[in-house]
Design a protein around this ligand. Structure first.
Ligand code: TXA
Ligand code: MG
Length: 318
């Protein structure tokens, strides 16, 4: 079987095949509205171990559990006073909630890295919804990239990263959001954002009616995936660039920085468009003849906060 034949158009037959693969303990490329996930049966220790092995991911870094709705999420977690309000407002959607693990939570302890908590998300993408409902149990799905690399936002990216690990990749098209979900920790006194995303601090504070903090960098141990160097292209990345130096690709943003740019995240300066393009454009420029990638400034507001978070990690060298 050719590698590209592992990419399956999103049809009922392909969803059934993907659900069967999960039941056999195999892994599947699952589209979500944020990025593509490397999906496996959350209750199957061997499938979870295969995910860590395929990604080269440290086993202390826990995985997000995906379910089709609040009802299934509530079965995994202990009661939480913010859960319903958050779910009503943002699920299905790009928000992951870190909750206290419920007494009868079937999720593999390996998936949650032995923590007392479990991260739960209800994705909005119709292909993810169809797969989760067809499978009928919780599904772990880290971004379908090798550990530390750029997250995939197209089915071909999953094949570039993890072709051998997947039984198939459901083709859900390009991801509409383009950066990973906001991770909100609800296990403490007040809600804390462990990873910025499309659901912003201001939106969360307004929707939950309480103060929401941004977790400090040294709390990143709580979301061990938030290591400083992450989302990294192979080439060095230089931030806040106004122009390209010799050998550099220029990734522009907005109308001003257009001239001489290799690619532009959003010629009109739209942050949603920029987020959706971010990982695909970094991936496209991460190749000779370029020797480095220079990225124009992106405003630190709204989705720009998540974009800049990912760009800083892309620029940090391990
Ligand atoms: O948008 C997304 O969330 C994508 C799609 C596929 O759903 N998934 C994703 O998964 O980005 P991953 O594994 O690449 O990132 C999960 C993040 C990591 O930073 C991890 O440390 C954190 O969530 N996390 C998972 N479980 C946690 C827990 N119990 N407590 C704190 N952080 C947790
Ligand atoms: Mg990831």
């Amino acid at each position: 079987m050719g590698l590209s034949s592992k990419i399956a158009a999103f049809t009922p037959a392909a969803v059934a095949r993907a659900a069967d693969a999960l039941r056999r303990g195999e892994l599947v490329g699952m589209p979500t509205e944020t990025v593509y996930g490397l999906a496996g049966d959350a209750a199957d220790d061997a499938a979870v171990a295969a995910i860590f092995a395929a990604k080269g991911r440290p086993s202390f870094n826990p995985l997000i559990v995906h379910v089709p709705s609040l009802a299934e999420a509530a079965e995994l977690a202990a009661p939480c006073r913010f859960l319903e309000a958050a779910a009503r407002r943002w699920w299905p959607g790009p928000l992951t909630l870190v909750l206290r693990r419920g007494a009868s939570c079937p999720v593999s302890l390996l998936a949650t890295a032995g923590l007392e908590s479990v991260a739960v998300r209800v994705p909005a993408h119709p292909a993810a919804q169809a797969l989760l409902r067809a499978f009928g149990g919780p599904v772990v799905a880290p971004s379908a990239n090798r550990s530390g690399r750029i997250s995939p936002t197209r089915p071909e990216h999953v094949m570039e990263e993890l072709a051998d690990a997947v039984a198939l990749v459901l083709d859900g098209g390009p991801c509409a959001v383009g950066v990973e979900s906001t991770v909100l920790d609800l296990t403490g006194e007040e809600p804390a954002i462990l990873r910025p995303g499309a659901v912003t601090q201001a939106m969360l504070a307004e929707g939950l009616g309480v103060a929401v903090r941004l977790a400090a960098a040294d709390e990143a141990v709580k979301a061990p995936g938030m290591l400083q160097s992450h989302y990294a292209p192979a080439l060095p990345v230089r931030l806040n660039a106004r122009s390209a130096a010799p050998g550099e690709a220029l990734l522009a943003f907005g109308p001003e920085s257009g001239g001489g740019a290799s690619l532009n995240l959003s010629p009109s300066g739209n942050l949603e468009e920029a987020a959706a393009n971010l990982f695909a454009m970094l991936r496209a420029l991460d190749t000779p003849p370029y020797r480095a990638i220079a990225v124009a400034p992106v405003p630190e507001e709204g989705l720009g906060i998540a974009i800049n978070d990912r760009l800083r990690r892309a620029a940090a060298r391990p």
